[in-house]
Design a protein. Structure first.
Length: 113
């Protein structure tokens, strides 16, 4: 069974940076969506950044601060700069392919002084 392996969360001060990485446990064909969502306490899960159909889509709240990259066929990374307390959340990797619809286990990002 394919799994998504996430890494890179942690605690950072406002204005700092973190890099999240997500890798599928094996190569997957015809990936349609791969990227990151997040869920803050008492809020619904929301899109952060995804690659879909060759395009990269960002939430308005992270445009200009976050960059999503496709590192290889089965790995994406999210570079997060100028982090704000409002970015505090559990970040989830997501992958959708012809035969897969996967979520990662989540990684905590906390922005606090």
């Amino acid at each position: 069974q394919v799994q998504l392996v996430e890494s890179g969360g942690g605690l950072v001060q406002p204005g700092g940076s973190l890099r999240l990485s997500c890798s599928a446990s094996r190569n997957i064909f015809n990936i349609r969506i791969m990227g990151w969502y997040r869920q803050a306490p008492e809020k619904e899960r929301e899109l952060v950044a995804i690659i879909r159909g060759g395009n990269t889509i960002y939430a308005d709240s992270v445009k200009g601060r976050f960059t999503l990259a496709r590192d290889n066929a089965k790995t994406v990374s999210l570079q997060m700069n100028s982090l704000e307390p409002e970015d505090t959340a559990v970040y989830y990797c997501r992958l959708v392919a012809d035969t897969e619809n996967l979520w990662g286990q989540g990684t905590q990002v906390t922005v606090s002084s």
